[in-house]
Structures are given as structure tokens and as C-alpha cells.
Design a protein around this ligand. Structure first.
Ligand code: SF4
Ligand code: SF4
Length: 170
């Protein structure tokens, strides 16, 4: 059975069949996440999913972004161990808590401060774009916003802290 995964395409969350297999195929041949790969990813995904003509550009951008994260994550795990910090928070499995940074790359000037500051390797530094990528979102320490504080461009955002208030009391 093919994998199924949800990704952000434009402003919509879209479920895609076979994404993991397509990414695995390109990773095996060590295909780098270059701009040209976007069209190839789209063509493979279209064999397994319906993509309307007017949404193709958004799909291409989203697939390339996801592949870049996938590629970097797999490559970086070979070289260095990624620190795992919290398995649970207030008794709730860490992966069920949507607490992690989102980087607005159009605001980011590439100063690298967020990347240097994070103790838990949430970020990977993408030398191609010279911007940070959030590759290990659930390594983020619940409640920490240090990288958002240090970012002078307000390019790093977090959900409101009140989402943490009722955790563990449901
Ligand atoms: S601190 Fe802000 S401006 Fe600097 S690299 Fe991180 S996101 Fe970009
Ligand atoms: S909030 Fe803290 S733990 Fe989370 S990514 Fe930023 S510096 Fe790292």
C-alpha cells in the first residue's frame, strides 16, 4: 500500500498518496533539491494524485519545499545526532503538541541567529537559500520562544502560548 501524507499547498492542507515513495526514489539517487527537480516531483505526484492545472505552480513549490526538508533531514542525520528533548509535556506525547517555529522566509535576512541559538537542532541551515529550515519541529522545547525573540526581523512566529494552558487537563 502506498503512503499517505498531508502537506501545505498554497494555503490549503492537501493529502497526497505516494509522496514518501517519490521522495525515497529521488533520495536514493542523491538528487539534490534544485529548482529543476520541482517539475519532476510534480510529474511523479500527478501519476498518483489529481492536480488541477491552475494549482500546479503551488504544488511544485510545495513539493520542492517538502523534498528540501526531507533531503536535508536524511543527510544531516547521517552526519550528526539530532538531540531529542521532550518525549511528553504534561503527560501529552510531544508530537501531539503543535509548538514549533514557523519562519517567514520573505522577512528573513539570513543573519543565522535563530539557527545558532537553538540548542535542540530544530533548524537546519540551508546553504542554497541561506535561510533556516525547520526540520525537527518536535525537538522544540515546549514554551520556548528564544529564537523568535532574537530575530530582529520578526520572521519567526509561534502559536499563542494559551494553547498550552489546557494540555493534560482534558
Ligand atoms: S534570526 Fe530571523 S532573520 Fe535571522 S536567520 Fe533566523 S529567521 Fe532569518
Ligand atoms: S524556541 Fe527554543 S527550542 Fe524551539 S526552535 Fe527556538 S530556540 Fe529552539
Amino acid at each position: 500500500m502506498k503512503s499517505s501524507k498531508t502537506i501545505l499547498v498554497g494555503e490549503n492542507l492537501i493529502g497526497l498518496v505516494g509522496l514518501d515513495e517519490v521522495f525515497e526514489h529521488f533520495l536514493k539517487s542523491d538528487t539534490k533539491p534544485s529548482q529543476r527537480l520541482g517539475a519532476k516531483l510534480l510529474s511523479e505526484i500527478k501519476k498518483l494524485n489529481y492536480v488541477s492545472i491552475k494549482a500546479q505552480k503551488d504544488y511544485q513549490e510545495a513539493l520542492l519545499r517538502e523534498y528540501r526538508i526531507y533531503y536535508i533531514k536524511n543527510k544531516s542525520q547521517k552526519g550528526e545526532k539530532i538531540v531529542e528533548v521532550q518525549k511528553t509535556y504534561k503527560g501529552v506525547p510531544r508530537e501531539q503538541i503543535p509548538w514549533f517555529p514557523t519562519v517567514h522566509s520573505e522577512k528573513c535576512d539570513g543573519c543565522k541567529e535563530c539557527f545558532k541559538m537553538c540548542p535542540t537542532k530544530v533548524y537546519y541551515w540551508d546553504d542554497q537559500t541561506e535561510k533556516p529550515l525547520v526540520v525537527n519541529p518536535f525537538n522544540c522545547i515546549v514554551g520556548c520562544i528564544n529564537c523568535a525573540i532574537i530575530c530582529k526581523r520578526d520572521a519567526v512566529i509561534f502559536p499563542p502560548k494559551m494553547i498550552l494552558d489546557n494540555l493534560g487537563h482534558r
